[in-house]
Design a protein around this ligand. Sequence first.
Ligand code: F6P
Length: 192
Amino acid sequence: PRSIWVSRHGESMYNLSGKIGGDADLSPRGQLYAQKLPELVKQSAGDLPLTVWTSTLKRTAQTARHLPYEKLSWKALDELDSGVCDGLTYADIEKEYPADFQARDEDKYNYRYLGGESYRDVVIRLEPIIMELERSENILIVTHQAVLRCIYAYFMGSSQEKSPWMEVPLHCLIRLTPRAYMTEEERLFADV
Ligand code: F6P
């Protein structure tokens, strides 16, 4: 059976300050995850020759930096575009755009940031990625929280509408193995 490996990027400087979006570098702790990732992948994939897909943002490339595999970056794997809220914290958004903050909480899947995207938009832009994944083997995807939630829900056959609330930890490598009736999941945490 074919597996797909997925991970969020390591902790970024924006994660540390609670800001969303942007194109920040990894934090020192995020860099440690990048250093430990090759060993973690080896534990799960052995000597399989993987191909690594990242987004076009620095934090995913930096996370994949030490992986000894071929790499490909996809714009379609970039984080959900938070439009005018890019670079703000959730507290800033609540203060500056209170109606939007509430609307998002009420319907997180359909809420589209002003000048940005909704989860529904992300699911649609991921279609080519999913198609390519279905006909590829041994892919490791290093991407972002919102994108990972959508990919995960697709493979687990769980509801896309609920996926925006799903917990996806940092510094964790997830292996998904689709079987006839369900997808098997393994989670490996890096000690960083
Ligand atoms: O905080 C990290 C982050 O990837 C942001 O860049 C992004 O806007 C957010 O998570 C997505 O999560 P949520 O949809 O829960 O706000």
